[in-house]
Design a protein around this ligand. Sequence first.
Ligand code: SF4
Length: 236
Amino acid sequence: MKAQLEAYQAAVQGLSPAQAMAWALREFGVGQVALASSFGLEDQLLTQWLVELEPKARVFTLDTGRLFQETYECMGATQKKLGLSFEVYFPDPQKVKELYKTKGPNSFYESVANRKECCGIRKVEPLGKALFGLKLWITGQRRDQSLTRAALETVEWDEAHGLFKLNPLADWTEEQVWARVLAEEVPYNSLHDLGFPSIGCLPCTRKVEPGQEARAGRWWWEEPEHKECGLHSRPK
Ligand code: SF4
């Protein structure tokens, strides 16, 4: 696996994000590659580029049931502009019901363990279903988004899910992403204009102050090293 990973890393070296996604579609086939979107700025840019490359490209999203209305508006605008049908995955209703019954609707504020339990039910399990059968998934992660993403590679082996992961914007800055989004009239979540650089579930996301890192508003009550939801495990 190490040799294969190194070969893929060499194959995408020096490619633009769109070229790297084109490489992935050629290497693995359109049906075995999918972009994961939470309708963040980076996801929106990659979605537009991916659909321009291949209209049948797969883009999936996880509807946790706790998203902002603005996120659904962004999803609708993107569907309309690109003629794209998102593959939407939902949490197991029985598990949500059980969580409400035993811990109430907002248990994530009480401890990291409770927060991870909620993310596990609403995000990680549905992600496992979304990734089933794929050979590679594409994400909008960037290195400078947070402490937990500082070691991000453009191509990685996702040990937890058993497939490759492509992060075409790994070395891009937020300014670069904004420049392309505005120049190419990519639909974006209106919350970005209100001080939310990174947007997840409504109860777990707030605005950031000038100078704070992009993901500082996610799970703001936790220490920075805990700020991942389990979707993106990093090699140790
Ligand atoms: S971000 Fe918050 S509401 Fe969303 S799944 Fe995680 S803990 Fe639950």
